[in-house]
Design a protein around this ligand. Structure first.
Ligand SMILES: Nc1ncnc2c1ncn2[C@@H]1O[C@H](COP(=O)(O)OP(=O)(O)O)[C@@H](O)[C@H]1O
Ligand SMILES: O=C(CO)[C@H](O)[C@H](O)COP(=O)(O)O
Length: 439
């Protein structure tokens, strides 16, 4: 029997899921980020990869056919010619690159996804000015680098991770505006991009020996964590959406056309012949974790009456700065007034997050995405029944947990069948470049 491994490197930890050809789960494991180590540390990811691979039973590892990895979107690093990182990675929400935005605005089309301080392209431009850059040979996303640890190839990415680097997934090229003289020196650092799930190379002999993995196991191009969560849902119908309630709140709505509106942090991922229109809010489970333990979340949520709307109106950011549906790097958290009773406070937070989610979907639809018909939920918040009921009331459409809520499962499916479930559909990709909306 052949088996397929999906590895998910999310915001709060890493997970592994092994499936069989019938998509049944045979093994799953997870490791959390230790609180005292930065989650931007490549050596932390390497240790977690090691821990996850060590934990897979030998009979499964010996028969792995393919492996795929997802990482947080726009988490990037520079490394030397041997793949050694030259500094800590820049995490998905790092907006240090804000200073290069004015330059990028002159180069990239209005409303392009790269026009955010957190985009991979902004980060690459910013890194170019850092003291470590002269030693850099490759610019990689988290998933690309973790893949390298298994197959030994540098300079390869997938069109999900490369979207915020500016790659055009419709035409499968870097767009013409990359010829601008400011970007020309960066060309040697741009990864070659393939479709997620494409086989890149067999596992290296060192990696196969070290972890006792089948030496002919193929390592595939990966994806982003929230695309992994989308793939896990199995959703394929237009108007179906997947909300990832992890540390952040990520919306993806299946649509026939791509939409970009950087003024609101909206972008579109290609998924075979579909487009997933959406955005990622910095609000989400991270703020819940600041105030409540997982046990408190469960017990207090169970006591909430989800049919009664909370009047509390928060914008629960963990720190200043929002990406979507409001794009404002300086937006401040709003967490007042804080009621005395924790259950009431949690109700207000869940209700406010549901309102932000609804605002997000309304915005996507108003800009031309498919009308919202149904929402699947992935991530740690998917198991919260009270929140699901609140969200159903606020969103006005059926909301349910995805059949599989783990991004690692979606990434294992990617290893099993690539994007085949999303290809050769009735609606074909528009031949033209991405639709760009004016302000
Ligand atoms: N019962 C619950 N209700 C709501 N949120 C929860 C619950 N349990 C865990 N969470 C949230 O889920 C988040 C973790 O989800 P996960 O999908 O593992 O995150 P990530 O992929 O971002 O690492 C935490 O931030 C936590 O607050
Ligand atoms: O917030 C995130 C971190 O977990 C998401 O990874 C992310 O920003 C969503 O991006 P994408 O749609 O490109 O996967």
């Amino acid at each position: 029997m052949s088996y397929y491994l999906g590895l998910d490197f999310g915001t709060s930890g890493a997970r592994a899921i092994v499936i069989d050809p019938g998509q049944g789960i045979l093994h799953q494991a997870q490791v959390s980020h230790p609180l005292n180590i930065s989650s931007a540390s490549c050596s932390l990811w390497q240790t977690q990869l090691d821990q996850l691979l060590q934990q897979i039973p030998h009979d499964l590892k010996g028969n792995l056919e393919r492996i795929a990895i997802d990482g947080t979107s726009s988490t990037v690093l520079i490394c030397d010619g041997q793949g050694h990182p030259l500094r800590d990675a820049l995490l998905y929400n790092n907006n240090q690159a804000g200073d290069v935005l004015n330059t990028l605005k002159i180069i990239a089309p209005a409303d392009h996804v790269v026009l955010a301080a957190t985009s991979s392209l902004a980060k690459l431009l910013w890194l170019q000015g850092q003291p470590e850059f002269p030693a850099a040979r490759y610019f990689l996303h988290q998933a690309d680098w973790l893949g390298f640890l298994l197959h030994g190839q540098l300079g390869i990415s997938d069109y999900h991770n490369a979207l915020k680097l500016g790659y055009d997934p419709a035409r499968e090229v870097y767009p013409d505006w990359f010829q601008h003289p400011v970007l020309a020196p960066l060309h040697p650092f741009l990864p070659k991009v393939v479709a997620p799930g494409t086989v890149i190379a067999p596992i290296s002999s060192q990696a196969a020996t070290r972890w006792q993995i089948n030496p002919t196991c193929a390592i595939c191009a990966g994806t982003t964590d929230s695309m992994g969560a989308f793939l896990a849902s199995g959703a394929t119908a237009l108007g179906t959406a997947v909300t990832s309630l992890g540390s952040t709140l990520v919306l993806k709505l299946i649509s026939p056309i791509p939409i970009q509106a950087s003024a609101y942090g909206i972008y579109s991922h290609r998924c075979g012949d579909y487009w997933l229109v959406g955005g990622a809010s910095n609000c989400g489970g991270a703020i819940l974790k600041e105030f409540f333990t997982d046990q408190e979340l469960e017990s207090l949520s169970a006591a909430i009456n989800p049919d009664i709307p909370s009047e509390l109106d928060y914008y629960p950011l963990p720190q200043a700065g929002e990406r979507f549906p409001i794009h404002d790097p300086d937006l401040q958290p709003r967490l007042d007034p804080k009621p005395e009773h924790p259950q009431e406070f949690l109700h207000g937070l869940l209700e406010s997050l549901a309102r932000i989610e609804a605002q997000g979907y309304r915005l996507l639809v108003s800009l031309g995405a498919s009308p919202l018909k149904r929402v699947y939920t992935a991530g740690g918040g998917a198991k919260n029944g009270a929140w699901t009921k609140i969200r159903t009331r606020v969103l006005g459409v059926p909301v349910q947990a995805s059949p599989q809520t783990e991004a690692a499962y979606g990434t294992a499916l990617l290893a099993l069948r690539g994007l085949a479930a999303y290809e050769n559909l009735a609606q074909k990709l528009p031949a033209s470049p991405l639709k760009v909306l004016g302000n």
